[in-house]
Design a protein around this ligand. Structure first.
Ligand SMILES: Nc1nc2c(ncn2[C@@H]2O[C@H](COP(=O)(O)OP(=O)(O)OP(=O)(O)O)[C@@H](O)[C@H]2O)c(=O)[nH]1
Ligand SMILES: [Mg+2]
Length: 397
């Protein structure tokens, strides 16, 4: 199996799902496979994450979307949507914890039976952590017999020692390619080929190009992305963050930050979370910084943003708070002031033009004005530290 560049054309799009108890190593297997990396202390997955990988198997160019789900019950949401349309399913257990092996039949196979929408999806049992031989509680023979009994492929792996990880995914993909009816014939466009024939009123998903009734609000069967129903009143919220400085700085809400597939499509690599209480959702996929205090300390934020700015062209950052209306725009406005040496009024207008919904709180407006004085000298809004918030600064009270 050979891997290719992120933008190369492909013949088929495949959805693969990883399930299994918490701590068995699902995220580690995915990291090993997609990035050839391993972390000794990887954090539990929250909700669902996914990674893309382009590979060539049996002379077919494939774009794999591999979904990594949380094993911990309390982090599991959207269950049915991530099972939908999966053509390959990996049941992972930890050979040193027998209970994780037993959960496969007791929990994970039942879930798949309940939610999977692809009848003949290819299933594989993966026995991970074989580097810990002395602590083994489930033998290879027992694992293999279990897999055979349930009509699954079987591979023993170690994400840590890089044992058979690529081989496991390769075997799974090969079987998906061989299985009748799991892939539709090539689309006449001859480029990125959808998994099913386009029906009337269907549009390619903006994220993964799979055809579905996108405009009608139907979730994509491959990546789960959906267009949010329009609000009857008020401005329409976009699922996309706002690109404030092209190819570098994005501004958004927590809702934007929770859409890993959208962030990846935009090429975002870093996330600055300006609310200490908001969890870091996809630690394996993005480099995070969560501010220590409310309101956020500008210098702390600048240090993180400067790291990304130094690698402009390669790295992109999303700055978000809960609503994307006050805290995170204030950080973005502050950073633009510092970066471009713009007055506060110019920096504010730049951001407001791009994201009209921003509305700074009185406190953020005041902090920005103090920053302007310290960065650039006298204030463009005529503000003095003793004078409170001037009328010239549009704010939310
Ligand atoms: N020794 C050893 N440790 C591993 C291996 N794979 C993963 N680990 C470790 O096991 C722990 C859990 O790994 P994760 O990949 O986070 O587990 P997970 O299945 O994604 O867990 P959840 O996200 O909570 O469902 C981490 O400390 C990993 O470093 C392996 O092959 N060998
Ligand atoms: Mg995980």
């Amino acid at each position: 199996m050979s891997a290719g560049g992120a933008s190369e054309p492909f013949d088929y799009l495949l959805k693969i799902l990883l399930v299994g108890d918490s701590g068995v190593g699902k995220s580690s297997l995915l990291m090993r496979f997609t990035a050839d990396q391993f972390e000794d202390s990887s954090a539990p997955t929250i909700g669902v994450d996914f990674r893309l990988k382009f590979v060539t198997v049996s002379d077919k160019r494939l774009k794999l979307t591999i979904w990594d789900t949380a094993g911990q019950e309390r982090f599991r949401t959207l269950t049915s949507s991530y099972y939908r349309g999966a053509q390959g399913i990996v049941f992972a257990y930890d050979v040193t914890r027998r209970e994780t092996f037993e959960s496969i039949a007791d929990i994970w196979m039942r879930e798949v039976d309940m939610y999977s929408t692809v009848d003949n999806a290819v299933k594989m049992v993966v026995a991970n952590k074989v580097d810990k031989q002395t602590e083994r509680e489930v033998s290879r023979d027992e694992g293999a017999a279990f897999a055979r009994k349930h009509g699954c492929l079987f591979v023993e792996t170690s994400a840590k020692a890089n044992v058979a990880v690529g081989q496991a995914f390769e075997e799974l993909v090969r079987k998906v390619l061989e299985a009748p009816g799991l892939l539709t014939p090539a689309h006449s466009s001859g480029h990125a080929m959808p998994l099913k024939v386009k029906r009337e009123r269907e549009e390619p998903c903006h994220v993964c190009q799979h055809y579905h009734d996108y405009e009608g609000g139907e979730p994509c069967g491959v990546c789960g992305h959906r267009l949010e129903p329009q609000q009857a009143a008020g401005p329409q919220e976009s699922v996309y963050p706002t690109e404030v400085l092209p190819g570098f700085l994005f501004l958004g809400s927590y809702d934007n930050a929770s859409r890993t597939e959208v962030l990846k499509t935009l090429g975002i690599t870093h996330v600055l979370n300006t609310v200490p209480a908001c969890p870091e959702l996809y630690k394996n996929s993005f480099s995070y910084h969560t501010v220590r205090a409310t309101p956020p300390d500008y210098q702390e934020c600048f240090a993180f943003l400067d790291q990304v700015e130094r690698e402009q062209g390669k790295l992109r950052v999303l700055v978000h708070c809960m609503t994307g209306v006050s805290k995170s725009p204030a950080v973005v406005i502050a950073y633009i002031m510092k970066l471009r040496q713009w007055r506060l009024s110019e920096s504010y207008k730049w951001v407001k033009d791009k994201r009209p919904t921003i509305s700074l709180s009185a406190e953020e407006a005041q902090r920005l004005q103090a920053l302007e004085v310290s960065l650039l000298g006298a204030s463009s809004t005529g503000w003095q530290p003793s004078a409170g918030v001037p009328a010239a600064m549009p704010i939310r009270v």
